[in-house]
Design a protein around this ligand. Structure first.
Ligand SMILES: C[S@@+](CC[C@H](N)C(=O)[O-])C[C@H]1O[C@@H](n2cnc3c(N)ncnc32)[C@H](O)[C@@H]1O
Length: 290
């Protein structure tokens, strides 16, 4: 099997490779969650407490009017929370009919960053490739144009079904295989893959160092891990995305934190390319040759 290697890539003026000093200091996720909780507590307990305070001494008609004013607000809040919960759930693990819609959207919206990220590696025509968190399977189709055999895994049955439909011809030709599995326990033997790709998924992984080590296990010595995402903690206007990332329960990692995870999992030759304005990040690292 041929091994994946780092290719050349054109970088825009605001794109650079990480330096050790590239990290942004800021509140940790735990501190941010604490602040959000305080705000939520204020909203949840403060508003009704104020209402109850005003309740005393009101006539029956005035109380009736207060309730009439409150009900639409409560309904709006409940519906907003329910909609947010659906979006959060669907991004992390697409499910059922709404999941199919999200997968369709992701296939389209991730195309640009995926094309950019894939330009960072080259593989030989005989390469075996694994796409982790394959979603709707669009990346698998692109990878099939690069190597000999592409495996895709995703822990969402809805994603696996969509990716299988999208690659039916390549599966029939024996060039693609898609399975339901989590990244923490990959259903592959040790050292059997030349390139592992992970597009817009690694920030959901339950235990990053362990999960990167699991990827390391299935990579052949000299094989490459390519992690691509559309946001990172040091990007321009990252503050706007802190709350959405918290709601998604996604890790919002700095460039240095990405580097540290690769390194802790045993990878070498780590390069983090990024576009600060777009928020695009591409981490490339290698399992050392034996
Ligand atoms: C935002 S989608 C990205 C899908 C696809 N890579 C793309 O770029 O369109 C994240 C995908 O990662 C999958 N995923 C999240 N955590 C996972 C895990 N621990 N193991 C396997 N798949 C996971 C989700 O089910 C979902 O399909």
């Amino acid at each position: 099997m041929e091994q994946a290697g780092k290719g050349t890539c054109r970088r825009s003026h605001d794109t650079r490779i990480l330096t050790k000093s590239g990290s942004a200091a800021g509140p940790t996720n735990v501190e941010l969650v604490g602040r959000l909780r305080q705000l939520a507590a204020l909203a949840i307990y403060g508003a009704p407490a104020a209402q109850i305070g005003r309740w005393a001494g009101k006539t029956r008609e005035e109380r009736h009017r207060m309730v009439n004013r409150l009900v639409p607000n409560v309904m709006t809040a409940v519906l907003t929370i329910a909609a947010a919960a659906i979006v959060v759930r669907q991004c992390r693990k697409p499910w059922s009919l709404p999941g199919r819609l999200f997968i369709w959207l992701m296939n389209r919206t991730h195309a640009g960053v995926t094309r950019w990220g894939l330009r960072h590696v080259t593989v030989g025509p005989a390469a075996t490739i694994l796409d982790v968190g394959c979603g709707g399977g669009r990346t698998i189709r692109a990878l099939a144009g690069l190597g000999q055999m592409v495996h895709g895994i995703d822990y969402s049955a809805t994603s696996v079904a969509a990716a299988t439909r999208a690659n039916a011809d390549l599966i029939a030709a024996g060039r693609v295989d898609i399975r339901k599995a989590g990244v923490s326990q990959l259903p592959f033997a040790d050292a059997c893959v030349d390139l592992v790709t992970a597009v817009e998924t690694h920030y959901y992984w339950p235990d990053p160092v362990h999960d990167f080590q699991e990827v390391y296990r299935v990579l052949k010595p000299g094989g490459t891990l390519l992690v691509i995402a559309e946001t990172y903690r040091d990007q321009t206007f990252a503050g706007l995305l802190i709350v959405p990332m918290l709601l998604l329960r996604a890790r919002y990692l700095t460039l240095d934190e990405h580097r540290a995870i690769f390194s802790a999992a045993g990878f070498t030759d780590i390069e983090i390319d990024h576009d600060q304005r777009k928020g695009w990040i591409c981490g490339i690292a290698r399992r050392p040759a034996a």
